[in-house]
Every structure is written in C-alpha cells, then in structure tokens.
Design a protein around this ligand. Structure first.
Ligand code: 3HC
Ligand code: NAI
Length: 650
C-alpha cells in the first residue's frame, strides 16, 4: 500500500511509502484522499499524524508525471481537501519536505519536524512555481518577503529556521512517531487553527518586497519561473485566497508547458543518472586524502575535502610553499565561517584534520592522492614517481590536469591502472562539476573510488575519456576559437560577450578571459607554437594584447579597459582587431547577436557530436551536464545537446 492508515487510540497515523523519495505520484494522491475519508469517518480518531516511510517526507510532485496527462485527484485538490478536514492533521516531517511535499504539509493544520529536516519550495529550479497552493499559503504563514525568498531561491531552510519563521509549529527530538503522537494528543482537544486560506497576509514592508522582486528579476537572466514566482507572491498580497489559487494554477500550467521547464527537467534527471554505469567497480574506503600542490586548485580541493569531513595532507615544494598553501586553505575555511556556512565546531574540526608538509612520506597512509601542480608533463611525472615510492599499494592516484594526457601521466608509476583524472573547476570548493577522467586500462575500483569521492564532495561527477581538454575544456577551446575567428571576421569582443549574456551566460568568453588572466594561456600557446598545425587558422590578437602587457583585469587592461570593476570598450583594442583583419586581407562584415550565438552553439554541438562519436562522453546528456555545471551554459536551456535534440532556436 502506498498510503496506509493505522490507528493508535485517538490518533491515526497516515503513512506514505513511495520509494525512493515519496514523490506525490497518482497512488499517493489517491491514497491520501482515501485516508482522509477513512479518518473522517472513524469516530474514534481525534487527530491524524501524516508521516512518511523511508528516508524523507514527500520530496515533491512526481516530476516524471509532468510529461503525461494529469490524473485526478490533482495535488492542489488533495491539499484543499486536507485543509478542509474536520480533524486536525499534523504533518510530521523528516528528510526533505520539498515542493508538493511541503504544500501537502501546508494543507495540514500543524507541522512538526525532526531537527535535521529541511523544507523548501524548489520548483523554480525546475522552471515551475509551487502549483499546489504554496504561493498562496506560504505568504500567509510566514509573510510575503520570507515566502518570496524561499520560493525564488529554491533553497530549503532547516528546522530551526523554519520554526523561527513560523513555517513549522515545533521541532521534535527523539522518535518522530512517538513525539508526533504526543503532540497530536496535546492539540486534539484544542480548536483547529484558522485555515491558512482564510488568513490575511501578515503585515509586511512593501518597499522591501519590491526591492527583492527587482533583485530577483535582475538575476533571472532570461529564465521565466522567477518572474512567475514574483507575480504569484504579489497576487497573494493583493487577492483573496480563492482568486490567488486560480491565478497560481494558471501560472503553473503555463510554466509546465514552457520549453524552459522541459529543459530544466532534462538537466535534473541527467544529473541524477550521470555515471550510473560506473557502478562496475568497488570504491575503496577513503578517509585520508593527499593533495599535491597548494596553489589555486590544490587549496580549493583540500578545502572541499575538509568540508566534506576528510582528513587532508597537502604537499608542497618547500616550507615556504607549504605555508602559502596552508594559508590559502585557512582563508577559504575562514570565509565559510564568516558567511555562516561553517559552524565554529566544524571550522575547528577542519583545521585539526588539515596538515601540510614538503615530505612525500606524509602521504604514506593516504587512501587517495590528488595532484594539482604546474601543468607540465615532466613536473607531473616527477610528482607521480615520488608518490609511487611512498603511498600504500592500494591507494588511488589522481591528477587534476586540465589538458594533459592522463594515460601518459600514469606511465610514471609502476601500476598505471591506479591512476585516474579528477578534473575540478575553480573555485574547487564551490563549483559543482567534477570530470572523472578514465584512461584506457584504469582499474574499475580506482574509477569507483573517484566517483565515490565526487559523491561525498557533493559534486556532479561526469565520466570522461582522455582527449585534449576532456569534455568541457575541449568544447570551450572549440568555441573560443570560433569566437576569435568571428572577431577577425567582423564582430567585436563586446558584441560576442553581449550575445553570450543575452543567451543567458553569466559572462561572455572575452570578459571571462580578462577575469582569468590572459598570460597563462599565452604561455601555453607559446609552448605549443612549435607543434601547431600550420594549416590551421590562427588568430594572434590575444598574443598581441599580451605583448603589450594587457593580461586582463589584474593589469587593468585586456580585451577591455578597466576602471575599478567596470569594463569599458577600449578603442585601442578595436583598432588592433581591425588592423589585424586588414593585415590578413579580411573584409570585416558585422554580425548580429543571434548570428554570433548561433555560430557558438553550432560549434559546441559539432564538438559535442565528435566527443560522443569518439566515446569520450558516454551520453549526450553528460555533455549538457558538463556545460551547465562548469561553463555557465544557461541551465534553463538544458545544454547544447538538448537544444540540438529539440531543434531549439536561440
Ligand atoms: N519526482 C520524481 N522522481 C524524483 C523526484 C521527484 N520530485 N525527486 C527525486 N526523484 C528521484 C531521482 O530521479 C532519483 O531517481 P533514481 O534513483 O531513479 O535516479 C531518486 O529519486 C533519488 O534522488 P536523488 O539521487 O536526487 O537523491 P538525493 O537523496 O541526493 O536527494 C532530494 C533527494 C533532495 C529529494 C532530491 O532528489 C531533490 O531535490 N528532488 C527534487 C525535489 C523537487 O524539485 N521537488 C519539487 C518537484 S515539483 C513540484 O512539487 C510541483 C508542485 O508544486 C505541484
Ligand atoms: P598554481 O600555479 O596556482 O598552483 C600550483 C602549485 O603547485 C604551486 O603552489 C606550486 O608551488 C605547486 N607545485 C609545483 N610543483 C610542485 C611539486 N613538484 N610538488 C609539490 N608542489 C608543487 O596552479 P593551479 O591553477 O592550481 O593549477 C594546478 C593544476 O590544476 C594544473 O594542472 C592546472 O592545469 C589544473 N587546473 C587548473 C584550473 C584553474 O582554473 N586554475 C582548473 C582545473 C584544473
């Protein structure tokens, strides 16, 4: 039975059991209606506790049903019916009460939760808005500003905060069933609270609400659902509940059919199914992580591992570099403490679990070592040789190389099958993406160990074969080259950047290069000059900029001119670009934003198809997951390969 009813004296327990996350699928909705009828009819029942089996309270509507015709009873009607119950229902929350799950709880007279429970309305992240009364009931319960923050961010709040907000009535320690029963007995004789629908929205500061709405609009970058959430909250403040519920329904149905929601649902499921085929190997238990290199990436990786509860030893070249690497990690952790994402205790634990050394012997007990030293094959070989001499025979060795051949790096050790690539993105403790690079002949257990690490770090881990740049950097190199061709052919950097922003990227490719610094890729191009295919078109504009000391933001000049943080178009750069086109005999032809973005997308998709054909990526959706999580591709467009499969226009 998906929904069962057990009575225990005057308290009835209605239990939902719909693994894995108790989504409110048809059987749950129908079961709740039956349970309602049964408990209303049973004269002995004075109060009803609604709870869930398994790991969580209802985590939302069943997203898999969204592509199908809706089957009654619909969730909004179920929530209305629960709200109309004569007996008090108490939603007893554990795990994650999300979306339609929280809306069910809002239909109950009371909500109680275990201290670890989380509650949220994440529909916006699926291109939707809460569609079962959440936009109407939550503002009436916690006020429109707090409700807007919850709905527009999509982020859950913890039980303590939910109690502060008035979202729940009590935090219950100990066994939830027993504690909820005691709570039910306490309130069974009391009058039922006024229905949320019958309440007015509590007093609020209209100016603050408008400021929040303006900020949400500014951040939406073309995504429709945040705007709909704002509209619904304004409706909740201006309309009676019935009218506001009807307006919510209309907005929900419109968004459900919006291609943006299809795209977001595609990414949601793609992220959850990525790498499932890697289950072949057995992950080795890992608690002690070694990181070699304490620069930008090494420090970020070390911080990520510490935050996930690992013990970390960092190796650097000498005592001075150890101190510098140590300081970087301490700074990242301190930032977490300052922002309140890390408690004092957790911060202290991280520091205690962290050590640095310039002796490889300190890695003798490490289960997994991640190398993040300079991007030169000979430096990597030296590091792996040194590691091979000291680490346990079963330890997994990983490289964070951006472009080098992981199989070649592996040749430095006696058992190359223990070497994998773990390609993190900067800042490594924040960015969600991790490419798990699998060289031919890699031990499945080493691969599984890398995948398990990714999971524990909370990363979206995408398997990739070995090629220059793996999945993401290879595609980025291809479209960056296309952008360089376009500026030589007639577009200007600001036009390319504007086209990318207009499409939904947080920034364009030239702004991004200015931010990262032009000197590093210049150094790489100089190294590669001897081996470059002379038949391939080469644009030297970036080299000319670097020769003038224009390394981007850090030097105040790059593709743009910087006044503090503001970028301005620099006529000198425009002149340099035009002169380059003239030198090469190219007649410049201007391009529209759509033509520019169309070209970028074509190149991404063509490179993606090549990557699939070569078996570098296992599935087209893996490429989408990489581009969305590592390269700023707008999530609500679903990724380049999804757009190609849908024949989607810009
Ligand atoms: N519908 C259908 N399937 C879902 C689902 C949902 N709402 N949420 C999760 N699943 C599935 C996943 O696809 C996965 O399936 P698989 O095992 O076959 O791959 C399985 O449940 C487990 O999910 P996770 O791997 O994500 O498990 P975690 O433990 O890491 O996370 C979670 C659990 C926090 C609940 C996370 O799954 C999640 O955030 N789910 C989505 C929550 C959500 O967006 N809810 C709102 C839905 S829209 C809605 O409710 C509309 C309403 O307003 C009308
Ligand atoms: P970085 O220059 O900031 O740091 C490299 C660190 O390695 C330095 O602190 C240096 O002292 C140390 N080091 C050099 N040789 C060493 C050795 N033999 N033993 C111990 N330590 C040694 O470089 P960054 O940016 O952290 O890059 C490191 C690696 O990560 C490179 O392979 C790079 O391609 C890759 N990477 C970089 C990304 C980025 O955005 N910066 C993103 C993803 C990967």
């Amino acid at each position: 039975m998906t929904v069962s009813v057990h009575t225990d004296g005057p308290v009835a327990f209605v239990e939902i059991d719909n693994p894995p996350v108790n989504a409110a699928s048809f059987a749950v909705r129908a079961g709740l209606m039956e349970a309602l009828a049964q408990t209303e009819a049973d004269a002995a029942v004075r109060a009803v506790v609604l709870l869930c089996a398994g790991r969580t309270f209802v985590a939302g509507a069943d997203v898999r049903e969204f592509g199908k015709p809706p089957a009654a009873p619909l969730l909004p009607d179920v929530v209305l019916a629960l709200e109309g119950a004569r007996k008090p229902w108490i939603a007893a929350l554990h795990g994650t009460a999300l979306g339609g799950g929280l809306e069910i709880a809002l239909g109950c007279a009371y909500r109680v939760a275990v201290p670890e429970a989380k509650m949220g309305l994440p529909e916006v992240t699926l291109g939707l808005l809460p569609g079962a009364g959440g936009t109407v009931r939550l503002p009436r319960l916690v006020g429109p500003v707090a409700a807007l923050n919850i709905m527009a961010s999509g982020k859950p709040v913890g039980a303590a905060r939910a109690l502060e907000l008035g979202l729940i009535d009590a935090v219950l320690e100990g066994d939830l069933r027993a504690a909820a029963r005691a709570f039910a007995l306490d309130i069974a004789e009391a009058d039922k609270p006024v229905l949320l629908n019958a309440r007015d929205v509590p007093a609020f500061d209209a100016e603050v609400l408008h400021q929040r709405i303006a900020a949400i609009r500014a951040k939406a970058r073309g995504q429709n659902s945040p705007e709909a959430v704002c509209e619904a909250v304004v409706n909740a403040t201006r309309m009676g509940a019935e009218e506001a519920l009807a307006a919510e329904r209309a907005l929900f149905l419109r968004l459900k059919d919006d291609p943006q929601s299809r795209a977001l649902r595609h990414i949601f499921f793609a992220e959850r199914s990525v790498g499932k085929s890697l289950a072949a190997g057995e992950a080795l238990p890992s608690e002690h992580i070694g990181v070699v290199g304490g620069g930008t990436m090494g420090a970020g990786i070390a911080a990520a591992a510490l935050l996930a509860g690992f013990c970390v030893t960092m190796i650097e070249r000498n005592a001075e570099a150890v101190a510098a690497g140590h300081a970087r990690v301490v700074e990242v952790l301190g930032g977490g403490l300052k922002r309140g994402v890390l408690t004092e205790d957790a911060h202290a634990r991280c520091l205690e679990a962290f050590s640095g050394s310039d002796e490889y012997g300190a890695l003798a007990s490490a289960d997994l070592v991640i190398e993040a030293v300079f991007e030169y094959m000979d430096v990597k070989h030296a590091v792996f040789k040194a590691l091979d001499a000291v680490v346990k025979p079963e330890a997994v060795l990983a490289t964070n190389t951006s472009y080098l051949d992981v199989g070649m790096i592996a040749k430095a050790v006696r058992k190359p099958s223990r070497v994998i690539g773990l390609h993190f993105f900067s800042p490594a403790h924040i960015m969600k993406l991790l490419e798990l690079v699998i060289p031919p002949g890699a031990d499945p257990d080493a691969v599984a160990t890398g995948a398990a690490l990714g999971k524990r770090l909370g990363k979206v881990t995408v398997p990739s074969g070995v090629c220059d740049g793996f999945i993401g950097n290879r595609i980025m190199s291809a479209y960056r080259r296309a952008c360089e061709y376009m500026i030589e052919d007639g577009a200007l950097p600001a036009e390319v950047d504007q086209a990318m922003r207009g499409f939904g990227f947080p920034m364009g490719i030239f702004e991004m290069q200015d931010l990262a610094g032009l000197d590093i890729s210049w150094a790489m191009r100089k190294r590669q000059a001897a081996t470059r295919d002379p038949a391939q078109r080469y644009v030297d504009i970036a080299d000319q900029l670097c020769e003038q000391g224009r390394f981007g933001r850090k030097t105040g000049r790059g593709w743009y001119l910087y006044d503090g943080k503001t970028a301005q178009v620099d006529p000198e750069v425009t002149a340099l670009i035009e002169a380059t086109s003239a030198r090469k005999g190219i007649t410049r032809v201007s391009m529209s934003g759509d033509a520019i973005m169309g070209r970028i997308l074509d190149v991404m998709q063509a490179e993606g198809r090549a990557i699939l054909a070569e078996g570098i990526a296992a599935r087209a959706e893996d490429i989408d997951v990489v581009m969305v999580n590592g390269y700023g591709f707008p999530r609500w467009r679903g990724g380049p390969m999804f757009m190609a499969s849908e024949g989607a226009e810009i």
